[in-house]
Design a protein around this ligand. Structure first.
Ligand SMILES: Cc1cc2nc3c(=O)[nH]c(=O)nc-3n(C[C@H](O)[C@H](O)[C@H](O)COP(=O)(O)OP(=O)(O)OC[C@H]3O[C@@H](n4cnc5c(N)ncnc54)[C@H](O)[C@@H]3O)c2cc1C
Length: 530
């Protein structure tokens, strides 16, 4: 069973080792956990539903609670405190496009707000009901999860939009294919959610972001069905696929999605190396992307992240041995970690790995590079579970991300870190902040920053601490003219900043498109723009 107030499956615990707790205490101080609300207490707060009865709609309090919040930091505070605020009035689990059409027509006829729901892994408030005067119906697409067609000649697969990452890959792998889209939320996030938020997987360097993998499909809107043909390319005016990508549930509901697939790689491995310092690392990874090295994944951690990764991951003798080994290889106290993946045919694999190792000279850790890469692979989706352990130890953790051109990457990364770490200084609170470049392009990179801080003595104050850091970082991102999100999307948390990159006319054009397909304004109002 999925946790109702945290991340992941209830049977999976990823504990925080003692050496990690010691490190956090050393860096930001000893923490105290906050008392969690009990499920029964929160269920007692679910109000009477305002929805008319419908055979496809559940008004069960627990189902409504489990669809009330996503995975943003404010969502965590709401779930752990039990102060959820607003609940959907009902939840539906359609199994066909006909049922989705039936539900949209019901919503239109009764003036009901609709929230399309995939896996509920949004980290920016996408799926939360706001205080609308009308009743709210959340439409969970999760039962539309089958492989419907596989065109092996065109390399296009059609799937129900509610398919989760593991189910999608299992169905493709059984036929020898992969999509290659692996966000860290892979376990629960869905194909429809990826398209609706413009998601990016960990191996985007090799496979591309979701917009490159999205070939077309069907969108059910309140005024009719839109079919998006899977043309390999088209010059027939603006491409509607670009319009629906990132639409965040405002235009309609994806029922079926066509994706561009590839044969499974014959060999795939991941590796970790350590550069002696940041300038060397930055130069080498830029060379790798500019020379189109055959890598499926590439990420460069800064010095702070490298230190935290080592200190949180290893302690005692093991850490000492590791540090010694890296130091002998020339990676000392300024070292920066690079993680990369090679996914290729058997024939190309050897060449690609040799080329990468050559490109990443000078670096240390060759003897353990494959071993550490294997560890990275094992934990690539499990590390999300650490959020539970950190919270229970009294620490809050959140991440934010942006992207910009190479000229601004380094100064922006430093400015974001400084903004976050000084945001709580007036309260005398320290913050552990570190970053990595997670998705690299010839023109620039995304910057992914993690910040860990102590929970305050109350939930309200904890939320205020988070808001100070988030505001400070978002302001810096806007000042640099970078994007407010590289892959998490807009939702409610980034909405106020969108004007800076789209401009007044841009926002007007987006809202006009929404008005055209949703004249009654019932599709996920208040998300993406006001
Ligand atoms: C631990 C963790 C790690 C994460 N790592 C990544 C990462 O590596 N890369 C990344 O890109 N994101 C990541 N995210 C963010 C999140 O997983 C993505 O935004 C994801 O794409 C959301 O998918 P979902 O199915 O959960 O959508 P939901 O959260 O359910 O919905 C998100 C938005 O999409 C809309 N939507 C969902 N399904 C449909 C549909 N069928 N039709 C129309 N609209 C729909 C919703 O209305 C909402 O506006 C992470 C989140 C967490 C909690």
């Amino acid at each position: 069973m999925r946790r109702w107030n945290g991340w992941g499956d209830e049977t999976i615990d990823v504990p925080l080792p003692q050496h990690a707790k010691d490190y956090l205490e050393e860096e930001i101080g000893k923490a105290s956990p906050l008392p969690d609300a009990r499920l029964e207490e929160v269920l007692a707060k679910v109000p009477e539903s305002r929805l008319h009865d419908h055979p496809l709609i559940s008004k069960d309090p627990e189902v409504r609670l489990r669809h009330a919040r996503g995975q943003s930091f404010p969502d965590w505070v709401a779930m752990r405190s039990g102060n959820i605020g607003v609940f959907p009035d009902g939840v539906s689990f359609p199994e066909s496009p006909e049922e989705v059409r039936e539900l949209l027509s019901f919503a239109k006829n009764h003036g009901v707000v609709v929230i399309p729901y995939g896996g509920g892994t949004s980290v920016v408030g996408h799926i939360n009901p706001l205080r609308y005067p009308s009743p709210v119906l959340t439409i969970d697409i999760g039962r539309m999860n089958k492989l419907l067609d596989l065109d092996e000649n065109s390399l296009i697969a059609t799937l129900g939009a509610g398919v989760s990452g593991p189910d999608l890959e299992a169905q493709l792998r059984a036929r020898g294919y992969t999509l290659g889209h692996f966000p860290q939320s892979f376990e629960y996030s869905t194909l429809g959610g990826w398209v609706a938020t413009r998601s990016s997987g960990q191996q985007s360097l090799g496979y591309g972001r979701i917009e490159r993998l999205f070939a077309g499909g069907t969108l059910e809107t309140t005024v009719g069905t839109i079919s998006l043909p899977p043309f390999p390319a088209s010059a027939a005016g603006p491409d509607l696929r670009e319009l629906v990508l990132g639409s965040e549930g405002r235009l309609g509901i994806f029922t079926e999605i066509k994706i561009r697939i590839r044969p499974l790689p014959e060999r795939e491995t991941f590796h970790v190396l350590f550069f002696p310092d940041w300038p060397t690392g930055l130069q080498r990874v830029q060379e790798a992307v500019k020379s189109q090295a055959n890598l499926s994944m590439l990420r460069l951690s800064n010095k702070a992240e490298t230190t935290s990764f080592l200190r949180l991951g290893a302690g005692g003798r093991m850490l000492a041995v590791l540090e010694k080994l890296l130091s002998l290889g020339g990676a000392k106290d300024q070292k920066c970690m690079v993680a990369f993946g090679v996914s290729a045919t058997r024939k190309l694999y050897r060449h690609a790995l040799r080329q990468a190792k050559k490109l990443f000279r000078p670096s240390a850790g060759k003897a353990i590079s494959h071993l550490m890469g294997k560890k990275w692979e094992e934990n690539r989706f499990r590390s999300a579970y650490l959020r539970n352990a950190l919270w229970e130890a009294g620490y809050g953790v959140d991440t934010l991300e942006t992207a910009t051109t190479w000229d601004k990457v380094e100064p922006l990364m430093k400015a974001i870190e400084k903004a976050i770490s000084s945001a709580l200084a007036p309260q005398g609170q320290k913050v552990l902040v570190f970053s990595h470049l997670s998705h690299l392009y010839a023109q620039g990179s995304s910057i992914y920053t993690t910040y860990i801080f102590r929970l305050a003595p109350s939930f309200e104050e904890t939320l205020e601490r988070w808001a100070r850091m988030k505001r400070a970082a978002s302001k810096v991102i806007v000042q640099f003219g970078a994007t407010i999100s590289h892959h998490h999307g807009v939702g409610t948390d980034h909405r106020a900043y969108l004007i800076h990159e789209k401009g007044k006319q841009g926002i007007a054009a987006i809202s006009a498109a929404c008005r055209e397909l949703d004249p009654a304004g019932i599709m996920n109002p208040g998300k993406l723009f006001q």
